[in-house]
Write a protein that binds this ligand. Structure first.
Ligand SMILES: *[C@@H]1O[C@H](CO)[C@@H](O)[C@H](O)[C@H]1NC(C)=O
Ligand SMILES: *[C@@H]1O[C@H](CO)[C@@H](O)[C@H](O)[C@H]1NC(C)=O
Length: 300
């Protein structure tokens, strides 16, 4: 009798332990899941967030990244991907300045584990001169893709995420509540520690900037986000090639979709820097001595 009891007990024991472990894991994941909507990053609201945050109800962040082949390209994309991968409901639109989708970027994106769309368009040579705005065709190609692949049913935010910046995770939670066009400071631009929209009583009234404060929107490409429905609702709003100057791209675009008084200040009324212009130092590879080159083929 006793031995029957023991054999039953030892058969049941592993199952009891498994159930206990499953319950434990379940409570941990639900406590940690990020809260929806506005407010801080996932780290802030751990225990105060509703236990069953509904991720699929969050607007998707569509980050548009123009990129082109150069020695630092993969390093820049790696830094971006390491950040973006941690952002819930994120869709990366990478647009190469190239007549083909390059092997490097194809493989990089396939291994990134992210949701992405890979596009390409070659900038005509006549536009590749100093003094001309850059990445115009690439940003417009991404806008066209959104307009033909998303509809009034989709909830999303569009953001121009150049590959030479550094993004904090909090920035994405700030922009996620954008209803029209939102703005915030950008660090290390135009020879200053930061540029920012000047905010009074919750409204943008001017610009703190080191360069051409007379611009209608004196803001960097990394300093604003647009609700997807605004992009879809103004189908002709594009980045201008003709008649535009470098630094005027943002103003030329924003003029078509909003007014300064309607901008939504984020990052604590534009008093916190959550993105920095950190262009990686240019590398000159012309100086590698031939006789010391590696005999093994290396993936760079
Ligand atoms: C989450 O939100 C989506 C969209 O609002 C809804 O369709 C879905 O049923 C919700 N899921 C849960 C588990 O609440
Ligand atoms: C921004 O400023 C407005 C007006 O002064 C204020 O009502 C609001 O609470 C501020 N927002 C934040 C996040 O501090």
């Amino acid at each position: 009798m006793k031995s029957l009891f023991y054999s039953r007990f030892f058969i049941l024991l592993p199952w009891v332990l498994i159930v206990i472990i499953m319950i434990h894991i379940d409570t941990r994941t639900s406590v940690r899941s990020p809260a929806m909507g506005r407010g801080g990053g996932a780290h802030r609201q751990d225990r105060t967030s509703p236990p069953r945050a509904n991720r699929s109800a969050l607007p998707v962040i569509y980050a548009i990244t123009p990129t082109y082949n150069r020695p630092v390209q993969k390093a820049e994309l790696t830094r971006l991907a390491n950040t973006f991968r941690q952002v819930p409901r994120f869709h990366w639109i990478v647009v190469e300045d190239s007549s083909v989708r390059t092997e490097l970027v194809v493989r990089f994106l396939a291994r990134s584990g992210m949701q992405y769309t890979h596009l390409n368009i070659f900038t005509p040579r006549r536009f590749k001169r100093t003094g001309m705005p850059r990445a115009t065709e690439q940003r417009n190609t991404a806008l066209s893709w959104l307009r033909s692949h998303r509809s009034s049913k989709d909830v999303g935010i569009v953001f121009f995420a150049d590959d030479d910046n550094t993004y904090s995770l909090e920035l994405f939670e700030e922009m996620r509540s954008t209803r029209g066009v939102s703005v915030w400071p950008v660090g290390l631009v135009s020879g200053r520690r930061y540029e920012r929209p000047i905010v009074e009583k919750g409204k943008v009234v001017g610009w703190y900037t080191g360069w051409r404060p007379d611009r209608p929107f004196a803001i960097d490409m990394a300093g604003f986000a647009v609700n997807l429905q605004v992009v879809l609702g103004s189908p002709r709003a594009l980045f201008k090639r003709r008649g535009s100057q470098p630094g005027m791209q943002e103003s030329d675009f924003l003029k078509q979709i909003t007014k300064v008084g309607e901008l939504e200040p984020k990052a604590n009324n534009c008093t916190r820097v959550l993105v920095w212009h950190t262009r990686t130092e240019k590398v000159n590879l012309g100086n590698e001595p031939r006789h010391r080159q590696d005999s093994v083929v290396i993936e760079v």
